[in-house]
Design a protein around this ligand. Structure first.
Ligand code: DMJ
Length: 579
């Protein structure tokens, strides 16, 4: 298989049209014998590699780049090959077991050695498609050929069952689009993506244009989520945009763009001035419903995609920057809190409640989902783009390159990642699904509390609460990867390696695959027999990228969808009235 770096270069050169590329001009010079030219090229390459090594922040001072000069393809940080290869070995341990026991099934249960599907109607490639781009990025040729053949010959969306609109989009549509790009435009992936996109489109046929939660792929019918009174969660409605917009860009079918963009316009019209959004929205009325405000489940990727929509189209759509900036100020004003003992920075939640005179009020809940840990890296990425005063900031950025908001968000991001790492201070070194932070109302004062955070409901010799589990989630390593790329600080590779080792020690099943653990504070662990698809699409991908050299998928050129599927940045070919 052609190495990813090569494929990327060819393709990415066509994605950009804005002329940032410094490029290289070729002139026909005097007819030197070819051997001299070859020698000169080898010498230049050796010198270049030497300089890159000397400048590497892994060895000392951070690299600075001249303003306006693109940084992509420059190997700013060299790979830690041993650790990178250990991650590849882990990926193969997961993939080969899945392939052996459950190839083609949506989900995998490594202890029972079996798979299962999301509906009785049959699988939709949840695990295979979610994993393909990681396989390409890692350069696993044989695995790639088998996975591709499965997609070409077996993947079917003619399934008469109700599938979650958001999950199907981020995992399957996102996976196909990323595979299309990274494979060097293999048409099989785009054909499947187009078919899936067209089958999902009917979810937008509502009064407001906000999508329905579920889609019957065979009947091509949107279905409301009866479990939540027909409401859709905010994150689900607002985390389809990167995928549908890129599909529109590739196919010239503007309708994908318009449907996805209209969702953002409707949400914007219904938004609160703080920039914070409740986690439920009514597809019929197009209005937010009174419901909690949080950066965890059902809220998280709304904020993530505000920034990423701005980045996806090369920072040309200022409406997303404005929405993002307002939202980050809302988070800073209302949700950023500190623990009582070590002053760990965390992101709290707001829960609606009626005051005695019947007015709506918001109660602060000092609870942080593992999911919130995506925000650390996202804030740092936002600081260097939306919050930058110059086009390409240094690595790490210097203070005069960032706006005040950029500086504020950068520091918050750095601290939040440290907090997320602190939640790994458990018996297993794995972080729980939910951490609660102590507050003065707990009956303790700041001098007496044992630690800033705890797992609510955890008691010795009692069944562990749901909050205590680790289900192979990626959010902390996602942030660590971004932080490393933006700073070059080796501490982030140390963080990632510690998490990887904890996963290896406690989640790895000797016969193949990885399982969730039901209590991060219990050794030896008890397993929940499920290997979530995001282990291969996100957790191991971000770990691989953390240890790879930084020419692999540069952050200037790619946005990662919320399931870690990289999509190239492009200049939009459609202009709508949304501004
Ligand atoms: C993934 O499916 C996506 O990252 C999503 O946005 C939320 N969380 C899971 C992984 O934790």
């Amino acid at each position: 298989m052609e190495e990813l770096g090569v494929r990327q270069r060819k393709k990415a050169a066509t994605e950009f049209t804005n002329g940032h590329d410094t490029g290289s001009e070729t002139k026909s010079g005097p007819a030197f014998p070819k051997v001299y030219i070859l020698l000169a090229a080898l010498l230049a390459l050796a010198l270049y590699n030497f300089l890159a090594l000397v400048k590497s922040p892994l060895l000392g001072a951070p690299t600075r780049h001249l303003p306006g000069v693109r940084t992509h393809y420059v190997p700013t940080f060299t790979a830690d090959e041993a650790k990178r290869d250990a991650v590849v070995e882990a990926f193969k341990h997961a993939w080969l077991a899945y392939e052996r026991d459950a190839m083609g099934d949506d989900e995998y249960h490594p202890i029972a050695h079996t798979g299962s599907n999301l509906t009785k109607a049959g699988g939709i490639g949840y695990t295979v498609v979610d994993s393909i781009d990681t396989i390409i990025i890692m350069g696993l040729e044989d695995e790639y050929q088998r996975a591709r053949a499965w997609v070409a010959d077996k993947l079917s969306f003619e399934r008469d069952g109700n599938f979650n609109t958001f999950e199907t989009t981020i995992r399957v549509l996102g996976g196909l689009l990323s595979a299309y790009h990274l494979s060097g435009d293999d048409p099989v992936f785009l054909e499947k993506a187009q078919e899936l996109g067209s089958r999902i489109l009917p979810v937008f046929e509502t009064e407001s244009g906000l999508p329905l939660s579920l889609i019957n792929l065979a009947l091509r019918e949107g279905v409301p989520d009866r479990d939540n009174g027909g409401l859709i969660s905010t994150a689900e409605a607002s985390t389809l945009q990167l995928e549908f917009r890129y599909l529109a860009y590739l196919t010239d079918e503007d309708t994908y763009w318009e449907k996805a963009e209209n969702v953002m316009a409707v949400l914007r019209a219904s938004a609160m001035t703080s920039g914070l959004v409740p986690i439920f929205v009514d597809s019929k009325m197009g209005r937010y419903q009174t419901s909690p405000i949080r950066l965890g489940s059902r809220g998280d990727s709304y904020y993530e995609y505000l920034l990423k929509q701005y980045l996806q189209t090369n920072q040309t759509e200022l409406v997303y920057r404005e929405m993002y900036d307002t939202a980050m100020t809302g988070i800073q004003t209302h949700l950023v809190k500190r623990g009582l003992s070590s002053q760990l920075l965390y992101i709290a939640e707001l829960n609606p409640e009626r005051t005695q005179n019947g007015e709506l009020g918001w109660r602060l809940t000092p609870k942080q989902d593992h999911l919130v840990c995506f925000l650390g890296g996202s804030l740092m990425l936002g600081a260097t783009t939306s919050g930058a005063l110059t086009h390409n900031v240094s690595i790490p950025p210097s203070t005069d390159e960032l706006t005040n908001q950029g500086k504020r968000d950068w520091l918050t991001g750095v601290e939040l990642i440290d907090t997320c790492m602190a939640t790994h201070d458990t018996q297993t070194g794995l972080a729980p699904e939910i951490a609660h932070f102590r507050i003065l109302g707990d009956g303790m004062d700041g001098s007496m509390v044992p630690a800033d955070w705890y797992i609510k409901g955890a008691r010795p010799n009692a069944p562990p609460p749901f909050d205590a589990r680790y289900i192979l989630r990626p959010e902390t390593v996602e942030s660590i990867f971004i932080a490393f790329r933006l700073t070059g600080d080796p501490k982030y590779r140390d963080y990632g390696w510690a998490i990887f080792q904890a996963i290896e020690k406690h989640c790895r099943i000797p016969t193949g695959g990885y399982a969730s653990v039901i209590n991060v504070d219990q050794v030896p662990v008890e397993y929940d027999d499920k290997m979530e698809t995001f282990l291969m699409s996100e957790t191991l991908k971000y770990l691989y990228l953390l240890f790879a050299d930084s020419s692999v998928l540069p952050l200037n050129d790619y946005v990662f969808n919320t399931e870690a599927h990289p999509l190239p940045v492009f200049n939009p070919t459609i202009r709508t009235g949304f501004s």
